[in-house]
Design a protein around this ligand. Sequence first.
Ligand code: GTP
Ligand code: MG
Length: 197
Amino acid sequence: MKIKSAEFVVSNSDVSKCPKNSIPEYAFIGRSNVGKSSLINMLTSRKSLAKTSGRPGKTQLINHFIINDNWYLVDLPGYGYARVSKTSKKTFQKFITQYFALREQLVSAFVLVDIRHNPQPIDLEFMQWLGEHGIPFSIIFTKADKLKPKAIDNHIESYKNVLLETWEEMPNYFITSSSKNIGKEDVLEYIDSLNSN
Ligand code: GTP
Ligand code: MG
């Protein structure tokens, strides 16, 4: 899919203030620093559409970006960031949960996980929660540039083994690297196929 335009629309901490129109949207979620904002920049071929940082906790709000004037990419704060205060952690969790529970325009979530790490309880629990709420999602493995192909295969295999303990089948997944531009077309084609359904 060709990205002709990509523009920031609005930031919110309140899901009821998110754009009201009913155009389809896709949200990126995962641990802080996993590469959500970088992935949005890779997908849109814009260097700094979404703000990124080497320090976790950069994205703190629900950010809507409109793509080709007819669908949204949504950048969300990360979960599991230890250095924010307990109060702001709770606030984050609340609006992230509300976003997923209330946002009817959401076609699919993308749960990002760092390909270098073994399956983490927080990610597995979040996927479980999405499943229980009937929210479709795919997994995006990030930072594939950090591992050799063989190690990538091994990590995916161990992820599959863990997921298949609770899921009937492996959720749809993508292997990406925002710094090496890997996986861009796969994700965009997938979104395109969902948009035309
Ligand atoms: P929060 O907004 O804090 O939740 O983080 P985020 O998930 O949006 O991560 P962000 O995109 O800001 O990236 C975090 C760090 O990881 C930055 O230093 C990025 O440059 C780096 N990073 C992101 N994607 C990749 C990747 O594919 N490869 C490598 N090597 N680094 C990456
Ligand atoms: Mg971010």
